[in-house]
Design a protein around this ligand. Sequence first.
Ligand code: GLA
Length: 382
Amino acid sequence: MSNLETLQTEFAKTFGTLPERILRAPGRVNLIGEHTDYNDGFVLPMAIDREMFIAARRRDDQLVRMVALDFDSQRSEFSLDVPIECDDANRWSNYVRGVAWALRRRGIVLPGLDLAIQGNVPVGSGLSSSAALEVCAATTFQTFAQFEMSKINLARMCQQAENEFVGVQSGIMDQFISTLAHAGHALLIDCRDLSYENAPLPRGATIVVCDTMKRRGLVDSEYNTRRAECEQAARQLGVKALRDASLERLAQFENKMPRNVVRRARHIITENARVLQAVAAARQNDLVAFGKLMNESHASLKNDYAVSCAELDTMVEIARAQRGCLGARLTGAGFGGCTVNLVYADAVDAFVAGVAREYHARVRIAPQIYICRAMDGASVVK
Ligand code: GLA
């Protein structure tokens, strides 16, 4: 049975009827541009063929009932008649609740719904399963409530759900790419004005994602610390955001700034430049230049931004030792999760086998490895 058939069958088992609609929203991998989004900078993510699905049916009342097929069919429900609260026992449901909360704050009237949720974006590995669920929930509510909202505003609304309802201070990248991606492309996003353009993927090479299987423990507190350090750097450099700073300006002020703040700023300044260089390299199909920028990004994230960890560094080192690997870096917030690798297409099979073998030999954990295709943003499946 296909995944969608399972989803429909499980929906029927739980709620007694078939769903009316099925919606999807993809996870993402960021090719380059890490921690730049909340500094008004540039990012270059692509949506991947790892997605969240929601099967949905309208109800006659104001209840939203949910079942999470990937979490032992746990159930959670809330009423649209009263203020929407978090469910600490079923935290997966807070992404749906948060989206309903953010939509209602905009005065949008929502119908009650029965929802079955299932996905194949690994949870907690930095491929944005939470943003995918938010965007999938938003697309579901929009399909049933038929309200007008641009894709950009939909992404922003989902970010607000994550920041203010779930309570995680993420930037806009994940929700944006899950909403606005175009199949076969990466997306260059200017996180200051939210303008964006499709960027070609390097031809003749494949994007391979390697999951270290190290779950991202420290990520929330350290993420917030990095954000605060960046804001401090921008203040001390006298710029609106680090997007506006240069290495020359940093050199002028660095004696008056704490050492760690200087390093954080240096990562953001150099990383923003690397994103634009990577897009230029992709346009010329200069695979070697693109891979080199990925390697430099990892070094900067490790040494200046201090968001890598032993498992990520080991994974990157093993990947680079394989034939046909053009570049390897950590992707997402860091502190565990996944690396992204650019690999010559004809070397992918050997790369996957070599990395799996070597990582297991050194870390004693079998990694998950995904060969990724670039997908469209969220859509109605049926
Ligand atoms: C997480 C956040 C994004 C972004 C990345 C780091 O994925 O959700 O907004 O800041 O980390 O690039």
